[in-house]
Design a protein around this ligand. Structure first.
Ligand SMILES: O=C(O)CCC(=O)C(=O)O
Length: 261
């Protein structure tokens, strides 16, 4: 059984799957450097909130996404015409990294249809003590709760501003998605998931990447996507960015930056 197919049955049954050793230690180090570089560049933005707009035209992110291991895994789930529509570092600092309330990703997304899969890429080890992602297997088969049915959270205390009420969750069934740096997990847009605060002495760095087939429409004006493999769909008017140009001072140096000059 190869990597492309071996995780699929587990994913279909449980709504998530772990795939070890997808990126090498050199790239892991660059992911860590990238978070520290962004923290230095944007001192007023918390590291849990390095969102899509800061990443979508960043040459390092484009290099990271040009990864056969990762794209083969995604192809196994959504087919061979692949685009990225979301990227977000949720990097939790030691001792005060914020929790993420229980939610289903699809509640937030303007995707038509909701054909999408997420990668959570571990830039450090991610475990119970530093606030790893937690999922409730089986909930990928439940209907999506609307944003209007969720409770509001204070973003001074939580990464996201909405959550499913605790009374609607059987958190006894939650599974800790523990990863080593360089591993990934994938998850379904309907699975209920969240994470606890990071109260440990170590960073917990996660990069969330959201992949759609090019037949899925992102119904949000001027939203920027990256075409990663295969062809765009002429009937679906998504907006694909060009390959970014590396600019000193604007972007972090990384191995291969010269490919973006
Ligand atoms: O990084 C976390 O703690 C939560 C991740 C998450 O909510 C997501 O990837 O959708």
């Amino acid at each position: 059984m190869n990597l492309k197919t071996s995780f699929k049955q587990f994913y279909q049954e449980n709504g998530y799957a772990i795939i070890p050793d997808v990126i090498d230690s050199g790239l892991v180090l660059e992911v860590q450097n990238h978070v520290m570089w962004l923290q230095n560049k944007y001192p007023d933005i918390r590291a849990e909130a390095f969102h899509h707009d800061l990443l979508i035209n960043d040459p390092f992110i484009h290099k990271l996404l040009d990864n056969k291991n990762m794209l083969d895994i995604i192809e196994g789930v959504i087919g061979s015409d692949i685009a990225l529509f979301g990227a977000h570092y949720i990097a939790k600092r030691p001792r005060d990294g914020k929790p993420v309330g229980w939610h289903q990703d699809g509640s937030y997304w303007p995707l038509e249809p909701m054909n999408v899969v997420s990668i959570w890429l571990a830039g450090t080890d991610s475990n119970k003590s530093n606030g790893c992602m937690r999922v409730i297997p089986g909930t990928q088969n439940k209907k999506l709760i609307k944003a209007s049915e969720m409770i509001k959270l204070d973003t001074n205390d939580y990464v996201l501003d909405l959550a499913i009420s605790k009374s609607d969750i059987d958190s006894q069934k939650a599974v800790d998605v523990e990863l080593n740096a360089g591993d990934i997990s994938i998850h379904n847009p309907s699975i209920v998931h969240g994470s606890n605060a990071n109260l440990s002495d170590s960073w917990r760095i996660g990069l969330t990447l959201r992949f759609i087939p090019t037949s899925t429409y992102v119904n949000r004006a001027n939203w920027e996507c990256i075409l990663l493999r295969g062809r765009p769909n002429n009937a679906v008017k998504n907006n694909y960015v060009s390959k970014p140009i590396f600019q000193e001072g604007e972007h972090m140096y990384f191995s291969g930056y010269k490919n973006f000059l």
